[in-house]
Ligand binder design. Structure first.
Ligand SMILES: O=C(O)C1=C[C@@H](OP(=O)(O)O)[C@@H](O)[C@H](O)C1
Ligand SMILES: C=C(OP(=O)(O)O)C(=O)O
Length: 409
């Protein structure tokens, strides 16, 4: 699907949008529910990633294809490895077969798991023969993806002696690890995270518990970007959100103050308001705790004619696409000057944006959604716009609700 996007006729938007549950919280909650069936879940994500996780958890034998879903790949690897009697080949899209998983496989093998690489050493697909894992202490690198750590923590309470992890190197994407621990706590599992060690106690049964998934803050980022590019006075209400979020991307409410915005927290809602046009020329952020909003912020800066220096982006090259390279290519189509290195991106302020640029999306939902808001500033085309379904299938419909022109070509 190729979409032509154009600016809303009324740039002073006043609308309300309901966003579905966080895909990160959803996929964790689903795994916990598979281990402890008396858990109930509310406000599940309607994303492709949530669906493949749900379907994957139902399989006992045969092939499980999780397509592009990193969390499903990593969480299900740990799940199947720990389930005696299950035997699967866990595979994914061609990009998933390029996303590394060795750190997790080696940690699980050290705990006693039976996992083999079907094609290339260190990458999916994996043949997993489920076993009762007997070991309870393992050490693993923490600087590549926090998802390996969350995967181990999620199965930890179901292991006979629980689990103790020693994290080696600088820990990346820390809020996602804390989210996992917070969900364990909500179901009554005891866990401690201090320095580079995490210990999770075993638990054979949990009380009846309902996990209420907060809506997705990474999805909210695109509305922050839209409001930032609107007239002063614009307000968009999003639900269902809370001030004490488990999601690190809720840092958006602070970051977007730099773009002349304010976030008001109500009961279950946030209202994003544009309150000032007085903006700095350049902003700097370390996004090692919130890597998924890097694309949104870079495009907001482009749209507002601001520069930015974004650091802590060392995980971006192994996500749905190499996001650093993809950002550089696509931002440059607007005549922007962009420099990247292994962990940072620098965008120079750009005043005149090229017209009718066609954005390539590289099978990456966030490339499509990050550039969508730029239609506030210039008409543009988004190629393969259907990629948004990975995390936010209703994205284009919601943009239409705000008055954007969204035309299939
Ligand atoms: O645990 C999670 O739910 C996630 C962790 C992050 O990955 P990394 O830890 O690989 O940075 C993030 O980018 C991803 O979208 C979701
Ligand atoms: C990196 C992402 O997802 P995953 O790693 O779960 O595929 C994302 O949603 O931005």
């Amino acid at each position: 699907m190729r979409l032509q996007l154009s600016v809303p006729s009324n740039k002073n938007i006043q609308k309300a949008i309901q966003i579905t549950g966080s895909k990160s919280e959803t996929n964790r909650s689903l795994l916990l529910q598979a281990l402890f069936p008396n858990i109930k879940i509310e406000n599940l994500s309607n994303s492709d990633d949530g669906e493949v996780m749900q379907e994957g958890l139902l399989v006992s034998n045969g092939e499980v294809d999780i397509h592009h879903a990193g969390t499903a790949m990593r969480f299900l690897t740990a799940y199947f490895a720990s389930q005696a009697g299950k035997e699967v080949v866990l595979t994914g899209s061609s990009r998933m077969q390029e996303r590394p998983i060795k750190v997790l496989v080696e940690a699980l093998r050290a705990l006693g798991a039976d996992i083999e690489y079907v094609k290339n050493e260190g990458y999916p697909p994996l043949k997993i023969i489920g076993k009762k894992l007997e070991q309870s202490l393992v050490s693993l690198p923490a600087n590549i993806s926090s998802q390996y750590i969350s995967a181990l923590l999620l199965i930890a309470p179901s292991l006979k002696n629980g689990l103790e992890l020693e994290l080696v190197g600088k820990i990346t994407s820390v809020p996602y690890i804390k989210m996992t621990l917070a969900l364990l706590e909500q179901i009554g599992v005891q866990a401690h995270f201090e320095g580079n060690r995490i210990k999770v106690e075993p638990k054979s049964m949990v009380e009846d518990t309902t996990l209420v998934v907060e809506s997705d803050w990474s999805s909210a980022s695109y509305f922050y970007s839209i409001v930032a590019m609107c007239e002063v006075g614009t307000k968009i209400q999003l639900s269902s959100y809370k001030q004490n979020s488990l999601q690190g991307d809720s840092v958006l409410s602070k970051i977007y103050q730099d773009f002349g915005m304010e976030t008001q927290f109500g009961e279950n809602t946030i209202i994003l308001s544009k309150i000032s046009d007085n903006l700095p020329n350049k902003v700097n952020y370390d996004l090692s705790n919130a890597p998924d909003i890097a694309q949104t912020i870079a495009v907001t800066c482009l749209g507002l004619g601001m520069g930015c220096h974004l650091t802590g982006l060392h995980t971006l090259p192994i996500k749905e696409t190499d996001r650093l390279a993809a950002l550089q290519t696509e931002l440059s189509k607007f005549d922007a000057k962009v420099d990247i290195d292994a962990e940072s991106l620098t965008l120079q302020p750009t005043s005149n944006l090229n017209l009718d640029v066609a954005i390539d999306t590289y099978n990456d939902h966030r490339m499509a959604m990050a550039f969508g808001p730029l239609a506030m500033r210039t008409d543009l085309i988004v190629n393969d716009a259907g990629v948004v379904s990975k995390s936010y299938p209703d994205f284009w419909k919601d943009l239409k609700t705000l008055g954007f022109g969204v035309q299939e070509m």
